[in-house]
Ligand binder design. Sequence first.
Ligand code: ATP
Ligand code: MG
Length: 437
Amino acid sequence: MADTLPAAKAEKIFAVKGMNDILPADSSRWEWFEQHVRELMDAYAYRNIRTPIVEHTQLFVKGTGETTDIVEKEMYSFEDRLNGEQLTLRPENTPGVVRAAIEHNLTYDGGKRLFYMGPMFRHERPQRGRYRQFYQLGAEALGFAGPELDVELILMVWQLFQRLGLRDIRIELNSLGLPPERLAHKAALVTYFEQHADALDADSQRRLRTNPLRILDTKNPAMQTLVQGAPQLLSFLQEASLAHFETVTSLLTGCGVPWRVNPRLVRGLDYYSHTVFEFITDELGAQGTLCGGGRYDGLFEMLGAKPTAAVGWGMGIERVLELLQVQGVVVPRPTPDAFAVIPDAKALPVVMRTLLTLRNFGVNVQMHAGLAEGFGSMKSQFKRADASGARFALVFGADELAQNMVTVKSLRDGSGAQTLQPLSDVLQWAPTLQSRA
Ligand code: ATP
Ligand code: MG
């Protein structure tokens, strides 16, 4: 306005680094994925659990592990200004789910199959497939000790990827056995790496003291030969652990699911046991792990509850969606059934009342908006109708309204066919508008 002084130009505020907006052009892909997830979870009778995004820091220190990258350097932690509590934005959701299960005694009457979906937070260097706020889908089976649950959980991921139309994803498996077996392996590992101490990088030197198993996880190319030659956990497994692993692999094979053993696949924490697995693609560069999981029979005890067997996985949703794009999987975008063309404002009362009725019958309608800007020519409105992807245009012209009618014009079949329909009997023609017939 002419009579106000120009204000100092306000600074734009941008999103936090590594935290992404998901705009409508992408969110339809997310919703499509989520729809598949819900159907999958129903198919396996897994039920949804939603836990808070903020938990006590101590939950992750214990439940994720003091010597993990996550706890050592990736957590968003802060002190509650009001009461001084140490809190953390969840970097993963297994500890939260187990905490909730303990707090509400969820497994009192037997095992529970649960899934979650939501944002996680890790202070990592943002890059392709690695963000500071990212989304995980996860499933946890609590209170089941049998290897068939390990298999069920792997099958779920396999089937989800198949239903999404993804290809060339491999499953890598390993067994971490039981704590005494791991202890024997750890001793052998420490001896081995101490013998080759000069070849260890700084990170591995430190891990040799804190968590030697994690050295096997190193991404340093210079250490690959050394790591290849290290003692393998599998050769330390006793009969019971071998039997558990054998059941997992043979059931998978029986279901026609391909797998391979990766002896270097580790989760270096004491509460893990038996099966660990990853789903990996080579088509996303360095961030190729889509999903990781395993059995964590010791975690309940670690969090102060009575021993309870448990197994689960976590999946990075961004990576899965990116792979869909890389592999050219076509994801349907949502479109309205009909687009309401409105030549002028006088029609609005009838239009809005009619659309209300149509929507009640399950017809999805996008209304042209023009009261403030002017309704524009029929031609420009039809352009918008086309762009919306609607299969029909509903034309509320003056001639139509004078007869208490609306013109229904086909936009997609090339015929341009149109019919006059009575506004007094919407139910009679509404079903023909639905593309989901
Ligand atoms: P990575 O080795 O890639 O760092 P991770 O071992 O830290 O993975 P998990 O804690 O097992 O990963 O989490 C399960 C899945 O979540 C990963 O396989 C990956 O798909 C996804 N994920 C982990 N961190 C991120 C991140 N910062 N951004 C996006 N996705 C992630
Ligand atoms: Mg990581």
